[in-house]
Design a protein around this ligand. Sequence first.
Ligand SMILES: *Cc1c(COP(=O)(O)O)cnc(C)c1O
Length: 351
Amino acid sequence: MKSTFDINNLVRPNIKNITPYSSARDEYKDISSDEMIFLDANENPFENGVNRYPDPQQIGVKRILSKCKKIDEKNILLGNGSDEVLDLIFRAFCEPKEDNVITLPPTYGMYSVLANINNIENRKILLDKDFQPKVEKILSTIDNQTKILFLCSPNNPTGNSFSEDKVIELLKKFNGLVVIDEAYIDFSEHEGWLKKIKKFPNLIITQTLSKAYGLAGIRLGVCYASEEIIKILNNIKPPYNVNELTQQKAVERLRNYEDVKNEISQLISERKRLKDELECCVSYIEKVYPSDGNFLLIKVDDANKRYNQLLEYGVVVRNRTTQPLCENCLRISVGILEENLKLIRALKAIQ
Ligand SMILES: *Cc1c(COP(=O)(O)O)cnc(C)c1O
């Protein structure tokens, strides 16, 4: 089936032949030269560190990211958070009022919001009771207008990763795009799907510096895909979508990749400690779900009541009780040691 995969069949007609905006920095790239003066972008010439436009292709960030993640720079696109990346994917491939996408609730809310904004039908197929995709049901829901299947693995808010066999079956049998949102992949033991980009031309992976990398404030999202897909998204992205301060901060952080890894391993061991403590010692917690993320989903006797009680103890968690399959569930981010101790004290105090 994949032998017939052609990305050109999926791109919206108006996007296919688009002439991208050509910025001053696209037309003359080499800004390192000391001999040249730059009078091409109507910038204010008085130096203050950010008076110049940022690199529209974020070469510095891509170079270091490519080393950390062992993937070619040509397979990387950066966005103003993964939310921008996801929006670009919608806009490149989904024709408003005609096409549809498939999402698997309970999951990250942005897929649904972006589908609405772009006027794209969102076919929701609930996960099964183990929070795994219902492969048969998904495949039978697909039609010629189905452009994208969103898989979030590890999934937010359930915390689990999707079975490899199921994902492979979907990648093989669906001739549209499969987006795997790996926002939490660095907290997981699974190596993730990056290495499979060459094998599956319909695979798009999104990641973010907002979670494991501790940079939610700079807004940097990452998209990994075939060179062809990256080119299409590059053509429609806003020219300077990742600002200078963000690029600098990202490079600085990625240079200290060892520090990042160290924080991740601390959070993973805190997650384990927290899970054990919640399972053993808080009577009204009925279940602590396994998690490959930096959060735990717990089922309690009465989520609304416990949520409000925790607030009184100064602890804010996420109440997920209105989400399908998440009745009476709270989602709790793993904090630093002191925060987790405070959480546990509060949970015990309200028994
Ligand atoms: C937090 C999160 C993101 C991050 O989005 P950014 O815009 O990069 O901050 C993406 N996907 C999922 C599933 C998330 O939980």
